[in-house]
Design a binder for this molecule. Structure first.
Ligand code: UD1
Ligand code: CA
Length: 452
């Protein structure tokens, strides 16, 4: 029988290199705080429990862990000290304890599982995920001999020979649950940083005659994020990964490197995405949807066969049904577009329900806000809203009604009715030339007055 896994996520470091008033692990990648990525990745291992270690007063970090419990590390005295803080919530746990860092959001479940499998199979007491770093300088070095991990040397403690080693510590460590408290109790802080290094658990276990191992993974997964430069690099790596997954699932991207996806973007088969499209959180796109260049889309569902953009903005709470068209410079906010409904150019539809097959003319505005409250506009099916109309909410346009172009509609329009909401046009015959003569004379007089 496989023993259950407990996960400890360390997130109590000061994160000073971010130069931010916000804790490091709350900085976002693909729309999610770093730590949420870590929680999703470890969550897929099916752990029996996950414990977060947070700094005193970091309530927002603790909130990001919920529903998982957190413990507070009283002072940032190192990764080993942080791991020790979690032991109180692991007293009845005897399976492997996986320790991961909140600042390493790119580590995949596959790599974690490889470590756990090797750890269990080889009956190791400590197992570490390592990688060959193109620039090893910021990392702890894994010293391996005869297929076993001998010790980990932090960069600052390393001698010249150790510094030349490019096999580095990712920070992910798997420790025998029955031995973890003894190992952590033996950590000392007699090093250059005066910290309790979790990495010293390797040498301590070996001194007790226990087996310690290292598993090698891919560098791109293991980049820790300590600064804004690394945050940007992490974002780029995650975007490459999200795009690749989408392309492999049957999405066409004309210029993938310009498409920005959120961690939870769901794209159906045969979706086509033009250049420079950004997805915010909470977007689901059904199959055969075409999204043209320069669209910004968040918090919405887009139905089969819909056509979006170019230059469309769809904001949270919107729902675009099958075969609807949202054209250039059209903004939707909390708006439902019925099946086959069209808003092809230059419109703002906020808090609106647009019925199936309705046509929204260029320049239409659903006037949803009176400065205090938002109100809904309802346009029933197969209505026609002429160009440059304002629909002052709350208002309802009935099924099949027709709104004349340039109307300001502030009262409900019954089904099938034709509504005009504009001043009647006035014609004054033969008056164009006299008007121009009068304006011309006036302008000449002004010019002359300026001369004197
Ligand atoms: C650590 C490792 C190093 C490894 C590198 C990988 C140690 C001693 N060093 O170095 O071998 O190559 O990660 O990125 O483990 N934290 C706490 N409390 C503390 C200190 C840290 O919770 O007192 C947390 C941080 O929030 C962070 C993680 O532990 O999530 C790692 O800490 P950090 O200071 O970034 O360690 P590194 O110097 O990067
Ligand atoms: Ca780090």
């Amino acid at each position: 029988m496989k023993s259950s896994i407990a996960v400890v996520v360390l997130a109590a470091g000061a994160g000073t290199r971010m130069k931010s008033s916000m804790p490091k692990v709350l900085h976002e990648l693909a729309g999610w705080p770093m730590v949420r990525h870590v929680l999703e990745n470890v969550g897929r291992l099916g752990p029996s429990r996950v414990v977060g270690v947070v700094a005193p007063g970091a309530d927002n970090v603790a909130a990001a862990f919920r529903p998982h419990p957190t413990v507070v590390q009283s002072e940032p005295l190192g990764t080993g000290h942080a791991a020790k803080a979690a032991l109180g919530l692991l007293t009845d746990h005897c399976g492997p304890v996986l320790v991961v860092f909140g600042d390493a959001p790119l580590i995949t479940t596959t790599s974690l599982r490889r470590l756990l499998d090797a750890f269990t199979e080889r009956k190791a007491v400590v197992g570490v995920l390592g990688f060959r770093a193109s620039d090893p300088s910021p990392y702890g070095r894994l010293i391996v001999r005869d297929g076993e991990l001998e010790r980990i040397v932090e960069s600052k403690e390393a001698d010249a020979a150790e510094r030349a080693v490019d096999f580095c510590n990712s920070g992910v460590m798997c420790i025998d649950g029955e031995k973890i408290s003894h190992l952590l109790a033996a950590l000392r802080n007699d090093n250059s940083k005066g910290e309790y290094y979790l990495t010293d658990a390797v040498a301590i276990a070996r001194a007790r005659g226990d087996l310690t191992i290292a598993i090698e993974g891919d560098e791109e997964e293991f980049q820790g994020i300590n600064s804004r430069v690394e945050l940007a690099a992490g974002e780029a790596a995650l975007q490459r990964r999200l795009r690749k997954t989408a392309l492999e699932a049957g999405v066409t991207m004309i210029d993938p490197s310009t498409v920005w996806l959120a961690a939870d973007t769901e794209l159906g088969e045969d979706v086509t995405i033009g250049p420079n499209v950004r997805f915010g959180l909470g977007v689901t796109v059904a199959s055969n949807v075409e999204i043209a260049a320069f669209c910004d889309i968040s918090g919405c569902r887009i139905g089969k066969g819909a056509r979006i953009g170019p230059f469309a903005r769809i904001r949270p709470g919107s729902d675009v049904a099958e075969d609807a068209h949202i054209g250039n410079f059209v903004e939707l906010r909390a708006t439902k577009m019925g099946r086959g409904a069209k808003a092809n150019h230059l419109a703002y539809l906020g808090d609106a329900d647009i019925g199936a097959g309705s046509n929204i003319g260029a320049g239409t505005i659903a006037v949803n806000y009176d400065g205090y409250c938002k109100h809904r506009t309802v346009v029933e099916a197969h209505a026609f809203i002429g160009s440059n109309s304002s629909l002052i909410a709350p208002v309802k346009v009935g099924m099949g009604a027709n709104i004349a172009a340039g109307s300001v509609i502030s009262e409900d329009v019954p089904a099938g009715a034709l509504a005009f909401g504009r001043a009647r046009q006035v014609i004054k015959k033969e008056r164009a030339a006299p008007l121009r003569a009068k304006l011309g004379a006036l302008a000449a007089a002004v010019r002359q007055a300026r001369h004197y």
